[in-house]
Design a protein around this ligand. Sequence first.
Ligand SMILES: Cc1cc2nc3c(=O)[nH]c(=O)nc-3n(C[C@H](O)[C@H](O)[C@H](O)COP(=O)(O)OP(=O)(O)OC[C@H]3O[C@@H](n4cnc5c(N)ncnc54)[C@H](O)[C@@H]3O)c2cc1C
Ligand code: SF4
Length: 460
Amino acid sequence: MNKIDRVKVREQDPKIRATNFEEVCLGYDREEALLEASRCLNCKRPRCVGACPVHIDIPGFIHALINEGEAAAATIISKDSSLPSVCGRVCPQETQCEGSCVLGIKSEPVAIGKLERYVGDWKIQHASQEPEHIERNGKKVAIIGSGPAGLACASDLAKWGYEVKVFEALHQLGGVLVYGIPEFRLPKEKIVAKEIEAVKRLGVEFVNDVIVGRTTTIDHLLDEEGFDAVFVGSGAGLPRFMGIEGENLNGVFSANEFLTRVNLMHAYDDRYDTPVFQAKKVVVVGGGNVAMDAVRTAKRLGAESVIVYRRSETELPARREEVHHAKEEGIEFRMLTNPVRVLGDEKGWVRGIECVEMELGEPDESGRRSPIEKKGSNFEIECDAVIMALGTSPNPLIKTTTKGLDTNRKGCLVADESGATTRPRVFAGGDAVTGAATVILAMGAGRRAAQAIHTSLQSE
Ligand SMILES: Cc1cc2nc3c(=O)[nH]c(=O)nc-3n(C[C@H](O)[C@H](O)[C@H](O)COP(=O)(O)OP(=O)(O)OC[C@H]3O[C@@H](n4cnc5c(N)ncnc54)[C@H](O)[C@@H]3O)c2cc1C
Ligand code: SF4
């Protein structure tokens, strides 16, 4: 068994980083990466690979890094992942590859995510800036949405010779990677923009400010503009609310609106005019990654910040690392607590939130123990802003403006494993199909759909 301890990754000091938007994790340098890589046992039957949703050859890239260098490692990762610098930063490795690493049984697993990030960042810094010359095959595919699903689908199709055009509703490319996940977890210019430039070098064309379903429609793209197929990677951007009294008071936001103002519209940066409510005390309702991002963002804007979550810490769906970082930064966690009413002052502004205490009962359909209200346990938390981070669902616009496109009862597009929807020539993947999920799953779905589009168009 390997005796070296897992190499600690350098991070910004919690007290300092809680006041700025710079990246929390500083990543490995070469020496640290090679030392950590040397811990990998190069297992004959690597459990880590089976636990990776896109089955990256993890021991392969780690041992290529040791024996041949970064370029060889990057080539191996890029066979299965088009966004290594992004995934190395935001994938829930603790429940995927690292959660299955054999070293984790007796000590700590190999830091696969940090190694992937190191190799991905090296690739960004050393990539050729020249456009790639790929012979076109005369077929055209439209992609709706420039999030991880759309980017992955576009890259593969462009590599295989398709003329690919991505239509994006927002003025910036990247989907949740730019409008949701904050700069302090995923730098926009240094990382996301660079990954998108690599897709552009493959010849993919991007058009911003086009809302499919308003500016144009899928029918128009297929029937009038000559596209042979369409991939819908429009995500799940429609926020949910609790439906409790007081949710329409001034000072109640969806996490999506709050994060979009701060990340995409740079409200944290004095050089931008975007307004954002400067609260003194913020309560964020929810326990997922979105809730952690919202509460840590509120903290960085200067507010005392509290998480309110109806189950216990064991059930928190957020990545463990994010919860750990939030605690280090001084976020208060109120577990087994559920809001029942947002309280307002006479001018219609939030003055607090009324909650009840909860206890855990039998497991529900999600497998987690269900929260049960303790009768008469009502109490108030004083605050001047409430951010709802309760999950999202797909926007119904594309479904309502496209003939023959079925959705399920959650509003998600119906698509098979390959991404084929109920409408011929229309494929879909990512959050638009699964509901809010993860970057790696969206990327994997985009790549599977690219393969299905390729197979279907080649057989014509
Ligand atoms: C705050 C936050 C934090 C998260 N943290 C993590 C994390 O740590 N790890 C992780 O793995 N996952 C995380 N996720 C989830 C992850 O980001 C998503 O699962 C992933 O981005 C989904 O990719 P996608 O391509 O399907 O959709 P998106 O990233 O949502 O991209 C969809 C794109 O389509 C565009 N679009 C929508 N409708 C139209 C239309 N009609 N016409 C044109 N364009 C349209 C949107 O503007 C958007 O740019 C987080 C999500 C959020 C919101
Ligand atoms: S399971 Fe762990 S030790 Fe084995 S190959 Fe994967 S990363 Fe290396």
